[in-house]
Write a protein that binds this ligand. Structure first.
Ligand code: GLN
Ligand code: ZN
Length: 758
């Protein structure tokens, strides 16, 4: 008999009540006891919901007060000294200080959770000795059992993944660290076993990355120890987001269950099961429902897959589960009352995915006939969306499918273009510019809201935006910036803005997912063929240009960023969707050029985010990404200057790909890792225009002139001065007006000093 299981449930709540509770507590609007009470209610509601649906293995300890990795860190008592922790159970105030910073102690670093848009708090080890301050998985288990009679499955981050995600140690200390942490993990599993816990889910997502034989030896050592310590406890070693490379070694580890992602790692994982079989007596956690997207499954494919797998693993030893924790999808489609019914009916958020799991189990155990009507509904819902006109725009599909026929190279190489561009633009040595957005003051946000609500007319709103543009064009001229921007006041979000104007996008009412802490995002949904309809940015750019003799850069979001920050249809390869977006953006680029905007920036801050987890897949992704960017930007005149912007600093990993974008100028974020970047340029050459951010826009601090002068000096030692631009790190949207103006004045002054020194 198949059984159902879940790997994790979204914590934010159907109406984001979790977020609201946290924020009320931080704002001092409720006390600790109230927060604890509220979160307990939310947690129990979520468990009850899974129980009512009939999920057999319900995860516990997946809930968090902020982030599950921070939970583990707190459980191990690994509080960095700057937070003045005295030992014992980590107080809530310390926990949140680590997450958010407090009284001069800077917050712990936050970084992306694998290839998702979730961010975790990076553990700082720095020689600190871990202890077990409380057994959180045990407490979660007891709570679910006592309050709801649920025989829960505690979830715990695996030791190896935890260490690999931590910082503050050298690689050669890894074995020593394992020795330090193993007794703690041992104690946790022993206490669980004593309590009579049947299953623990230990997450080891690191197993899907490019690991080595040495890693495997360590992993074997960890799981042998845990198994010996608590032989009666069943360990489900859970992987997700990709296939495992060392399948044979991994399935032979001394654990009772192996969880595999049969969505994102399908090809390779299935191939492995077929070639090597699956060990007798072990349980397969079959990730059959996609935990990373919002699409309903037609259920035919997973049912067939179950059939196929049953040749190797009988149903009695299969758990039907999502491909990963449902943390990465919104809660329920029920409140999506504003969507087109065909689209709405083809969506599945967390709750609907759990229903799909139950349905698969029923179909497998009782025969498909027993649930035929429901299976038919699923199939029809998907078919209907696939057949809709929004997914069948012949010309869009044709163009993206035959992408080789589209122009993807500028007419001349950069060195030639550079000459024509310099002749046309006559820019000074070390030209100054900014990244695009200027401060979105409360006034700007209010105006946009009034317009959205319908309180303001179109004209009223446009007038307001124009007034803002006017103020900032004047300011930029007065500060002495060479290449100006209009300020992006009309945009809330750099993807949403374009999504609302292109065909093929939908916006949900309740499609929220946790990004970090209490911060949630509501990604646009790319559900149909993406098509340009009408110019999206021309009006504002042209208006800004009409106010000044200096060049104004047009400002677009690039195809990969639009793709990577959206929920993307899964009936087409992602690359094909990227090409569709690219071709639509090309029309915008051409419209801008035609309207006299001849410097155009195509931002790609999320290009790097899309890098696959396995290195061997990088080339393909980068090739497609480069092509998409070039499809958008190649049809312009030699004298039209294409800029791009990315905000990350691991430039060295991707220098060839970035060069291949063939953008005339790139601006990147570097002020926080300037040294590292300079080092990159000592080792490799970059021969297109480049602006290294000379100050950090993430802080309200006004950078002193001398500091920027020395940054510029150092950069000029490794980069061709004739190609060098001066700019801040990123857009200035979140900054205050005064600090922005003061910082830009200093930046221009620093530039003048650097110019004079030449
Ligand atoms: N042009 C955008 C802005 O300035 C770029 C934002 C980003 O890189 N994230 O806001
Ligand atoms: Zn940026």
């Amino acid at each position: 008999m198949l059984k159902s299981s879940n790997l994790g449930y979204p914590r934010i709540g159907a109406n984001r009540e979790w977020k609201k509770a946290l924020e009320a507590y931080w704002a001092g609007k409720c006390d600790e006891a109230q927060l604890i009470g509220q979160l307990e209610r939310i947690r129990l509601d979520h468990l009850k919901l899974q129980q009512d649906k009939g999920i057999e293995l319900i995860p516990v300890n997946d809930f968090s007060y902020y982030d599950h990795i921070l939970d583990a860190t707190a459980m191990f008592g690994l509080v960095p000294p700057r937070f003045q922790y005295a030992g014992g159970v980590v107080p809530l105030s310390t926990y949140y200080a680590m997450a958010r910073g407090d009284k001069g102690a800077t917050a712990c670093e936050m970084t992306k959770w694998f290839n998702t848009n979730y961010h975790y708090i990076v553990p700082e080890l720095n020689g600190a000795k871990p202890t077990l301050t409380e057994n959180r998985p045990l407490k979660a288990y007891q709570e679910a059992k006592e309050k709801l009679g649920i025989e829960g499955k505690p979830v715990l981050i695996g030791l190896y993944s935890y260490l690999k995600l931590s910082k503050g140690y050298e690689l050669n200390q890894l074995d020593e660290l394992i020795e330090q942490f193993l007794p703690i993990y041992t104690q946790i599993v022993q206490e669980l076993a004593q309590e009579g816990v049947q299953w623990i889910q230990i997450d080891e997502p690191i197993l899907v990355t490019s690991i080595t034989q040495e890693d495997l030896l360590r992993i074997r050592r960890i799981y042998s120890t845990l198994h010996e310590a608590a032989p009666s406890l069943n360990i489900m070693l859970q992987t997700y987001f990709e296939a495992v490379d060392f399948y044979e070694e991994i399935v032979s580890l001394p654990v009772q269950g192996i969880g595999l992602d049969l969505i994102h790692g399908l090809g390779q994982n299935l191939e492995s099961i077929k070639s090597f079989g699956f060990p007798d007596g072990k349980i397969l956690g079959a990730g059959l429902i996609d935990g990373r997207n919002i699409w309903r499954s037609s259920l035919e494919a997973p049912l067939q897959l179950l059939q196929e797998i049953s040749d190797y693993v009988p149903y009695e030893r299969i758990l039907v589960q999502p491909s990963c924790s449902l943390l990465h999808v919104p809660v329920s489609t029920r409140p999506e009352t504003a969507l087109d019914p065909v689209l709405k009916n083809a969506l599945a958020y967390a709750d609907e995915k759990l229903d799909e799991i139950i349905l698969l189990v029923q179909a497998g155990n009782d025969g498909q006939e027993s649930v035929q009507a429901k299976l038919d509904d699923s199939r029809k819902a998907v078919e209907l969306l696939n057949a809709s006109s929004s997914r069948n725009k012949e010309h869009v599909r044709q163009a993206a499918a035959n992408i080789d026929l589209q122009p993807a190279s500028r007419e001349n190489v950069f060195v030639k273009r550079q000459i024509s561009q310099q002749e046309k633009w006559q820019l000074p040595f070390l030209p100054t510019t900014t990244i695009g957005s200027f401060p979105q003051s409360p006034e700007v946000r209010k105006a946009r809201q009034s317009f959205r609500k319908g309180d303001w007319s179109n004209e009223q709103y446009e007038e307001f935006i124009q007034a803002q543009i006017q103020i900032w064009i004047k300011l930029q001229e007065e500060i002495g910036i060479d290449v100006l921007v209009h300020g992006e006041f009309e945009r809330t979000d750099m993807v949403e803005f374009f999504g609302e104007k292109l065909n093929g996008f939908a916006f949900t009412l309740n499609g929220w997912v946790q990004s970090y802490g209490s911060r949630c995002v509501k990604p646009p949904v790319i559900f149909g063929d993406v098509e340009f309809t009408t110019p999206m940015t021309v009006k504002e750019s042209v208006y800004a240009q009409s106010l000044t003799d200096r060049p104004v850069k047009g400002m677009l979001t690039g195809p990969l960023t639009i793709l990577n920050w959206s929920f993307v249809r899964d009936d087409l390869p992602r690359s094909e969707v990227a090409f569709q977006i690219a071709l639509a953006l090309r029309e915008e680029v051409e419209a801008l050029e035609k309207a006299g905007i001849e410097m155009i920036q195509v931002d790609e801050p999320a290009l790097r985010e899309g890098l696959p987890l396995k290195k061997e897949k990088w080339d393909r992704y980068l090739e497609d990404s480069i092509l998409a960017f070039r499809l958008s930007t190649s049809t312009v005149k030699d004298t039209t200057q294409i800029h791009t912007h990315m905000c990350y600093c691991e430039f060295h990993e991707m220098i060839d790909a970035i060069t291949a974008l063939d953008a005339d100028v790139i601006s990147i974020e570097t002020s926080r890792s300037h040294g590292e970047l300079i080092h990159t340029f000592e080792e490799s050459t970059y021969e297109l225009g480049i602006g290294l951010g000379v100050y950090d826009i993430h802080s309200p601090r006004i950078p002193p002139v001398e500091e920027m002068v020395s940054m510029i000096d150092r950069a000029l030692q490794v980069l061709d001065p004739a190609l060098f631009w001066i700019n801040p790190d990123c857009g200035l949207k979140t900054r205050g007006i005064e600090e922005t103006v003061a910082s830009l004045r200093n930046m221009v002054q620093a530039t003048e000093i650097a110019r004079a020194a030449r």
